[in-house]
Each structure stands twice: as C-alpha cells, then as structure tokens.
Design a protein around this ligand. Structure first.
Ligand code: AIR
Length: 340
C-alpha cells in the first residue's frame, strides 16, 4: 500500500512518520524543495501542482492520495480523482478553501459562527460589524491574509480585487479545537477538546484537558460529528472554536486535514491524529484512540528554533525539529510536547 501525500510541510512529515510506524509507505508530492516530509517518505517528487506529466507519475505509483495543506489547487485534486481515490474528497476542500462557502456550510447546519459579511466593492458596510477581522476568502493560514479593522477608514487601502470576508470580533474568553476522524464506513472517533492559545494569530500552545464545561465539550463534539457526516468526510479533520464571555461557542474554522493543535496526540494517545488519518484514508482496521496522558505542546516559531537545537530534552519532553532550510519569522519550525 502506497499512500500519496500532496504537500510536504510538517504535517506531511508527521503523517509520514506515523505511516512508517504502521508499515505504510508514503510518496510525497510537493512544490517546494524546503519540504520536511521528504526526509521521512520513501518517495518524493518536487514539481508544481499543475504539472500533469509529473502528476501522472505520482498517480500511477500511489494506491490512495491525501493532502496536508488545503491550498492544494482543486483542479489538481480533481485530476487525480479521475484515476485514484482522494481522501478527504476534493469537493470538501473546495468548500473549506473558501471562508465564505465554509461559513455558509456551517450556518446551514444551524451551527454558530461569528457574524460576518461577504466583502466586495458593492457591500454596504454597517458599523455593527466593527471591530472586525478582515480575512481573504482564500489562501490564508497561520494568520496570513488577516488584519484587524476598527472602522471603515481602515478599509480604504484594501485591494478590492481580492475577495474578502469581514468577521465581527467577539469578546474572546478562550479557544479550543476538536480533532475528529471519520472512517470510510462512517464510523467516527473524536479526541477530547484541546485548549489553544494563539500569539499574533499563530498557534502558540495547546493542552489537554481543556478548561471548558462538559456541556461545551459535548455540544462541540456533536457538532463536529454532524459536520463530518454532512461532508461525508474520510480522514482526520479539525474544528477550531471560540468561546466568548457568555460561554457561547462559535466555530471559527474547519481544517480538512490533520492539525497543529493535534500534535500532542502523538504522545498523549495510543493512536495519534496522524495514525487515525492514515487508517481511515487507507481503509485499515479501525483503532479507537485511547488517552494515555495529559499533555501540553509549545510551537517553536522562527529564530526560536536555534535555542532548542543541539540540546538534550528533559524526561517527558519530546522535541520535534522540522529541519526547514529557511528560518523565517512567523514560520513554524518545530514543536515541543510535554506529557504530564
Ligand atoms: N500547514 C497547512 N495548513 C496550515 C499549516 N500550517 C502546514 C503544512 C504545510 C506547511 O504548514 O504542513 O505544508 C507550510 O509551512 P511553511 O512554513 O512552508 O509555510
């Protein structure tokens, strides 16, 4: 069984490591030579995602294909689907790649998101939406393509040729995420909620248990099942939530892939989010993830990685260096998990 992975970043790297553990070979297709996943996969190709000839070679050698980055072009996923199974299904990516379609999908299931407007040249903006977060509808991750706007004046220099949404900021109390895996026959397993702290719109720390009420937990878990079933999702996905000061929960966004907040599942569960994803997309025997330990994870961003390299790690700490060639500010370079 050869699992093809589109995208070669740290999520692909951790997928490849999990695949190696359970005897599944991986073949990584990436458009960048600075791709950590290549170091752990049996095969790899570096080429742009629209190069049909190279894609053809990849398709021929893989049994099933997945992706670790929602910015993989829809046309590429759809092209592959003509010959080989792609999980999760490309149509899901098409919805979730676009923040407007994503929010409409969520609201149509009677699940709350923050208030938002579709922002284009003709939008009449009412003052109630401020203070808000301006987000490009497409191609944003780790805070990229996002800015705070406090009034209409902050919008004057915006390039209106790109589609945006403008979200109303909420009175944020905390954030958490739910990782859920859905198998091909519809069976789902949810991991316990993970509490997240962001710094400059990039995930900073994650921990379990999350300090949220049982009611929030069970509501969110039920909502995630509804969303995964409605998408006919196969694989692991993550739903990020906001909690406001009135303890109301809102879906912030869905990631149709394994997720940074779930890195701690490698050490805290007997079956990580990565292994679950591989089992689901490759149709391997199911394994219900059992928690072994509580854990806390710290993301290592930009130059900070240098402080952690060539140092021994203390007992119960697990250090991951993604070994990215280029260290850039705001770039995820590694992470550290502490089991407790
Ligand atoms: N990623 C995917 N969506 C959001 C994130 N952070 C991961 C994937 C992708 C990598 O980040 O693993 O390949 C891209 O990171 P970078 O540092 O190359 O931009």
């Amino acid at each position: 069984m050869i699992l093809g992975i589109l995208g070669g970043g740290q999520l692909g790297m951790l997928l490849a490591q999990a695949a190696n553990k359970i005897g599944i070979e991986t073949f990584v297709y990436t458009d960048s030579d600075d791709s950590p996943a290549i170091n752990y996969s049996q095969k790899s190709l570096i080429q742009s995602y629209d190069d049909l000839e190279t894609l053809g070679r990849f398709i021929k050698e893989c049994d099933v294909i997945t992706f670790e980055f929602e910015n993989i072009p829809f046309d590429t996923l759809n092209y592959i689907l003509k010959d080989k199974p792609v999980f999760p299904s490309p149509h899901i990516n098409q919805i979730i790649q676009d923040r407007l379609l994503e929010k409409k999908f969520i609201n149509n299931l009677s699940i709350k998101t923050t208030d938002f407007i579709d922002l284009n040249k003709d939008t009449k903006i009412s003052e109630e939406i401020f203070p808000g977060m301006l987000k490009t509808r497409r191609m944003g991750y780790d805070g990229k393509g996002q800015s705070v706007v406090n009034s209409k004046d902050d919008l004057v220099n915006i390039d209106m040729n790109i589609p945006y949404i403008l979200e109303k900021k909420i009175n944020l109390l905390k954030e958490f995420s739910i990782i859920i895996t859905r198998y091909q026959d519809g069976k789902v397993f949810t991991y316990e909620p993970i509490e997240n702290v962001h710094k400059e719109q990039i995930l900073h720390t994650s921990k379990i248990p999350a300090s949220i009420t049982n009611e929030m937990m069970s509501t969110a878990q039920k909502q995630c099942e509804i969303m995964a079933n409605s998408l006919n999702y196969v694989g692991t996905m993550c739903v990020e939530y906001f909690v406001d000061h009135n303890e109301v929960i809102y879906v912030n966004e869905i990631a149709p892939r394994v997720h940074n907040s779930g890195h701690l599942t490698i050490e805290s569960y007997d079956c990580s989010q990565f292994e679950s994803h591989i089992r689901a997309v490759c149709d391997l025997p199911k394994k219900e993830p059992q928690k072994i330990k509580n854990a806390k994870m710290l993301n290592i961003i930009g130059e900070d990685i240098k402080k952690y390299r060539n140092k021994s790690t203390k007992e119960n700490y697990f250090f991951y260096d993604y070994e990215k060639k280029s260290v850039k500010s705001g770039r995820k370079m590694g992470h550290l998990t502490n089991i407790t």
